[in-house]
Design a binder for this molecule. Sequence first.
Ligand code: IMP
Ligand code: MG
Length: 186
Amino acid sequence: MPVYHKLLKEILIDETTLQTRIAALGQQISADYAASQKLLLVCILKGGVMFLCDLMKHIDVPHKIDFMAASSYGTGARETSGAVRLEMDVTTRIEGCDVLIVEDIIDSGYTLRFVMDTLLARRPASLRLCTLLNKASRREVAIEVDYVGFEIPNRFVFGYGLDLDEKYRNLPFIGVVDEGALKRDE
Ligand code: IMP
Ligand code: MG
């Protein structure tokens, strides 16, 4: 049995379902940005990496990529603090670019609000947001999301870029944590 098995309650989104939806998102983004000469995908580390890699394969408009890291979650604590820190900035000049943020999940919205305000201050030509997962029921600050892969319930999920105490980002599916097993494990 794989080591994550005892922490996995159920698979919420399997690999095929993920890949099918991501291909459709890529096609939609390609159509929406067909006329853009300056598309820049800004991936939010670390959770967004798997999603970025698969999504960009389906975007047929020439584009650049860059990375940003921000955190509102301390390691181990699965509650948001509201305080967001910029841990790593992009190196690309944002002014005049059509920026599309690529994020793994929006929960309270604090991280994205901070990232969007930071990027908006640099005067991009446009700024949109693409998230693989959306926990709309958890939202504390208003965020307008342009592209959503899946609306999910208020459960703690891991895999496909998302971590469980910094591990299991490599899993090709989105799983739900077995909270009981997690407590027994601590
Ligand atoms: P927010 O600032 O509350 O919207 O938090 C967003 C960040 O919290 C995401 O980018 C994730 O890194 C992390 N996060 C939120 N929910 C989950 C989850 O269910 N599993 C793993 N990470 C999560
Ligand atoms: Mg994230």
